[in-house]
Design a protein around this ligand. Structure first.
Ligand SMILES: [Zn+2]
Length: 328
């Protein structure tokens, strides 16, 4: 069978455990399986124990499965469910809820919730180097996430306050490199000048053209960047000087947060942002016609060396979050 192009084909294709194992192994070990304990002898590949679907290291004799040191480690959920769940997550424009995973793949909603959080971790891409450069254009903008406190459950409102300050809104700052068509975004503690400018220095190369809105917070960027400001009260778009790209990203993020995910705990917000960044940065463009299958393979290549436990997810290691979040 050909590699899948649609969700339906993915569910069918990955119904075979061996096919799942081969797919994960191929994407995580580009030079063939390696022992996670001793790394083994590069010249001698480990044995594959067909009946147990595990490898055995020729050096230290330990056995290991394809799930070891990945987001799938220790999960009782078979890869036949994990891989279609990943397909769903990367292919749905506004994200996918745990209820949809539950209904589509027949896992409990609670398991689906946990799976989605682990899968989002796989979507997180490590940032390599700075954005921009001489003659390139970078938009930077910030947005506030968090509903009206009035409409929030008291405890949730409190958790938003703990992370976002008295307004209960969390600040997310973002950057868009127009040439690379890549977005980065992260939660920042506040909209103070020191905070926002420090991030620009961290993320953007000197000499870039940096476009911001007229927030006073950016008014000292001129020494290191060509800084152009959009004055929204006068004209919304002044030629190339605008932050519409970033605003487009915010609206996609918020559509997912308010539509599919309804009530995101502040503690989990970062992972939803990472999910949206993955989708945005790997969307199809004229020069780069990526499809779901490409996005799936890319995500699958990022499952290694990432783990999050249920304990961490339910906030028990975060002193600021004392109650169990309601899965949705
Ligand atoms: Zn070994």
């Amino acid at each position: 069978m050909e590699s899948p192009k649609t969700l339906q084909q993915a569910i069918q294709y990955f119904s075979d455990e061996q096919i799942c194992i081969d797919a994960v192994a191929a994407m995580r070990w580009l030079d063939g399986p390696r022992c996670p304990d001793c790394q083994g002898d590069a010249a001698k590949s480990p044995y594959y124990l067909k009946t147990q679907k595990r490898w055995k290291c020729r050096s230290c004799r330990r056995q290991f499965s394809v799930k070891v040191n990945t987001i799938f480690e220790d999960s009782p959920i078979p890869l036949q469910k994990w891989l279609p769940a990943l397909w769903l997550l990367i292919s749905c424009k506004n994200g996918v809820s745990s209820w949809e995973i539950h209904r589509t793949l027949g896992v409990s909603q609670k398991s689906a919730w946990f799976m989605l959080h682990r899968l989002r971790l796989a979507l997180k891409t490590g940032n390599v180097g700075k954005l921009g450069g001489p003659d390139t254009e970078v938009e930077t903008d910030e947005t506030f996430i968090g509903g009206r406190k009035k409409n929030m459950h008291k405890e949730r409102a409190l958790r938003y306050e703990q992370k976002g300050g008295p307004s209960g809104k969390i600040v997310v700052q973002g950057f868009l490199d127009r040439d690379l068509r890549q977005v980065r975004a992260k939660i920042v503690p506040n909209v103070k000048r020191e905070t926002l400018q420090a991030e620009v220095l961290k993320e953007v190369k000197y000499g870039s053209k940096v476009y911001t809105d007229d927030a006073v917070a950016y008014n000292e960027l001129r020494s290191r960047f060509v800084h152009e400001v959009v004055n929204k009260t006068v004209s919304y778009v002044d030629g190339r000087v605008h932050v519409n790209g970033m605003e487009n990203f915010w609206s996609l993020l918020k559509r997912g947060l308010s539509g599919t995910y309804i009530a995101v705990e502040p503690f989990h917000l970062e992972r939803y942002i990472d999910e949206q960044i993955f989708r945005y940065n790997n969307r199809a463009t004229k020069d780069n016609p990526l499809n779901d299958s490409d996005r799936f393979m890319l995500a699958l290549s990022q499952v290694s060396n990432k783990r999050i436990t249920y304990k961490e997810l339910t906030g028990k290691t975060d002193a600021a979050v004392s109650t169990t979040p309601e899965p949705f």
